[in-house]
Design a protein. Structure first.
Length: 105
């Protein structure tokens, strides 16, 4: 945050000058992914807290969101792992086929 603050001087109403700080208006973008297990865990904790306070609808909604986010994260991780495995196997098969045919690599 300190790297985004600039200082400059400004005239006061009495005619003097004062130093003011201004943050940049540029957005920094997203630091993490769209679905994370950390955020799902935060939602789950809020759901447990709501259940203790007997706010059943809030607990149900937050619990459903936490479960959905965690399952989405697991699905995306599993799909990425499956695609990486399939790609590695395809490259291995292509290398074997090329070496069996006598092609120079």
């Amino acid at each position: 945050m300190a790297g985004r603050v600039r200082t400059h001087t400004r005239r006061t109403a009495s005619g003097g000058t004062t130093t003011v700080r201004q943050h940049t208006r540029r957005t920094r973008g997203r630091r993490g992914g769209l679905v994370t297990p950390g955020h799902a865990w935060t939602l789950a904790r809020r759901a447990f807290r709501s259940a203790r306070r007997r706010k059943r609808l809030t607990a149900l909604v937050l619990g459903g969101l936490a479960l959905g986010e965690m399952s989405a994260w697991l699905t995306l991780r599993g799909a990425g792992l499956a695609l990486a495995t399939a790609g590695a196997r395809a490259l291995g098969r292509a290398w074997l086929a090329a070496s069996a045919s006598g092609m120079e690599l």
